[in-house]
Design a protein around this ligand. Structure first.
Ligand SMILES: C[S@@+](CC[C@H](N)C(=O)[O-])C[C@H]1O[C@@H](n2cnc3c(N)ncnc32)[C@H](O)[C@@H]1O
Length: 204
């Protein structure tokens, strides 16, 4: 499928991601599919499914399962890493999504229903995530909301897996880049940046 054509015809469910970002997210997912990277797909911070519905669509003809995670309570408290004059609008409890609305949005795609887990990322354990992961989209906005999933999924990532982190280049949410940069000081992977996304590729 031509991803640019697919995305140009879309009306996104919210402004949480841009069409350009959805295009990149789907392009990177497709790379892992074309290269037969082993494992399932996860999204941490699914909100009402703006991105998830398209991940589900692109996975429907594969043997991969999609796992979605969210507090459904909105954002947690900021840490010092997240403070930014440009990001004053991000407050505890903002972006609270209803799980029912997420399910409704997913049903409209007529794709297999993803596994949805409600909870704070810091409270998730290895039993909550797939045994092997090929692709991850991290969109928790804050330092700990990126760091916690990185810590959780890293041992489960396949060779050649890709992790896309939203807001890497967003001055309103500086914690996302701080978490990624700090993580990559002690873990081997290649980082590139496109739009606001940090794209982490593990060695093959
Ligand atoms: C920017 S929104 C995600 C947008 C979504 N990816 C989309 O495409 O519509 C951030 C989401 O992350 C969730 N979130 C942030 N930090 C979290 C944490 N530590 N634990 C669980 N959920 C968290 C919020 O509840 C919110 O729904």
């Amino acid at each position: 499928m031509n991803i640019a054509t697919y995305v140009s015809g879309l009306t996104l469910l919210s402004d949480q991601v841009s069409k350009r970002e959805v295009e990149i997210i789907l392009r990177e997912l497709t790379k892992t599919l074309d290269r037969h990277v082993v494992g399932d797909v996860v999204e941490f911070g699914c909100y009402e499914g703006t991105t998830s519905v398209h991940l589900a669509y692109f996975l429907q003809a594969t043997d991969k399962h999609l796992y979605l995670y969210d507090s459904f309570e909105g954002l947690p408290d900021k840490t010092a890493f997240d403070e930014s004059p440009a990001g004053m609008q991000f407050k505890t409890g903002e972006l609270k999504a209803a799980k029912k609305q997420l399910i409704k949005n997913l049903r409209q795609m007529n794709t297999p229903m993803p596994r949805i887990k409600k909870g704070w990322f810091s409270e998730l354990t290895q039993t909550d995530i797939p045994v092997v992961i090929s692709y991850a989209f991290l969109d928790g906005d804050y330092y700990e909301s990126i760091m916690d999933p990185l810590r959780l999924i890293w041992p489960r990532l396949s060779p050649g897996a890709i992790v896309v982190v939203d807001d890497y280049a967003n001055e309103a949410l500086p914690g996302a880049a701080k978490a990624v940069d700090q993580w990559l000081q002690t873990h081997t992977a290649a980082l590139s940046v496109e739009a606001s996304l940090g794209i982490i590729k593990l060695p093959e």
